[in-house]
Design a protein. Structure first.
Length: 318
């Protein structure tokens, strides 16, 4: 459940915007409007976001999901999980069996505000513009991962050389990190960015931008991407978290495995309770709850409430 908000945190323009969208609704509980329930930290966070209730709601959701899945994915969450929590109604956000038997998973009573996928996308882009969040590349699933910019900067700062000291790796990495922190992180919110081929001198850090980016690619912080026929004079890079290859592979393999298991059912549908009890994913380290939320947030399934709990039904795609 998201922290409570102070009275009037949701702006009138945002309320009008979400009220107009009735295609897909989320149950997001702000609690009551008792200011005494809020700590200085939450109020400070809201103020830093310009008093926007929507941005606060989205950022807090990202942080809550990070905490929930930190054991298996310590640095980021996928955008599909945020969609599940804020657009899909948080169907997989709560493990409380009593909630599930009541016909909902993680839904909370009260007067919910409504967020559409468009609202979430606009909010995420605004958080990226404010340099609060960054997007990372998730190959193979048509999605991006979300990480707080300050946390990403700290990961970059702690990066260790991968080559022997005699090759001056510490110096080249230090210069590359200085260039990256000053010129790339925060300026390019991700998941990709472009640089002119050949680069140029990188100012006080020495060397060329191409030299520095090559070092960062070797240290698994960036991934080279195809530039495409329409951009022959640029290099394209995607942001990564070093050592996250197994997590990224699990995002892809776990989704495919869970879809395959549900497809075997006669009507290509399965109760969430049975998925949790019967399916042990062999190709993912992320856990079944991550992949339930991922299927919902990616729009691959419909969530059907029944008297015995929520049911996931695969959506036919041509």
């Amino acid at each position: 459940m998201l922290p409570r908000r102070p009275s009037g945190a949701l702006e009138k323009s945002e309320t009008a915007s979400v009220e107009q969208n009735t295609t897909k609704r989320a149950r997001v509980d702000w609690g009551d409007d008792n200011d005494d329930d809020w700590g200085e930290r939450e109020v400070g966070l809201l103020e830093s976001l310009g008093g926007s209730g929507r941005l606060y709601e989205i950022l807090t959701c990202v942080r809550r999901l990070r905490t929930k899945f930190q054991a298996t994915c310590p640095h980021f969450v996928s955008r599909t999980l945020v969609y599940d929590a804020l657009v899909g109604g948080g169907e997989a956000a709560d493990d409380n069996e009593d909630d599930e038997k009541a016909g909902g998973l993680g839904e909370t009573p009260g007067d919910p505000h409504v967020l559409s996928a468009t609202d979430v996308d606009i909010g995420l882009e605004e958080l990226k513009r404010k340099k609060v969040l960054m997007a990372l590349y998730l190959p193979g699933v048509g999605d991006v991962a979300l990480i707080e910019t300050d946390e990403y900067r700290e990961i970059v700062r702690r990066l260790k050389p991968r080559t022997p000291k005699r090759l001056n790796a510490p110096d080249s990495l230090r210069l590359a990190i200085e260039f990256f922190q000053e010129s790339i992180v925060g300026t390019h919110p991700g998941p990709t960015f472009q640089m002119p081929k050949g680069g140029g001198r990188s100012g006080g850090s020495g060397g060329t931008s191409t030299d520095h980016l090559d070092v960062l690619v070797k240290h698994d912080l960036l991934l080279r991407m195809p530039a495409g026929k329409n951009a022959p004079n640029v290099d394209v890079f995607a942001f990564k978290v070093p050592g996250s290859g197994q997590v990224v592979k699990s995002c892809v393999d776990g989704r495919l495995e869970l879809v395959s298991r549900i497809k075997r059912k006669r009507h290509q549908e399965m109760l969430v309770s049975k998925i949790r009890k019967e399916i042990k994913l062999r190709k993912s380290t992320l856990g079944i709850d991550w992949h339930i939320a991922d299927l919902i947030g990616s729009g691959l399934v419909n969530v059907v409430p029944t008297t015995v709990g929520s049911l996931l039904r695969l959506i036919a795609h041509e």
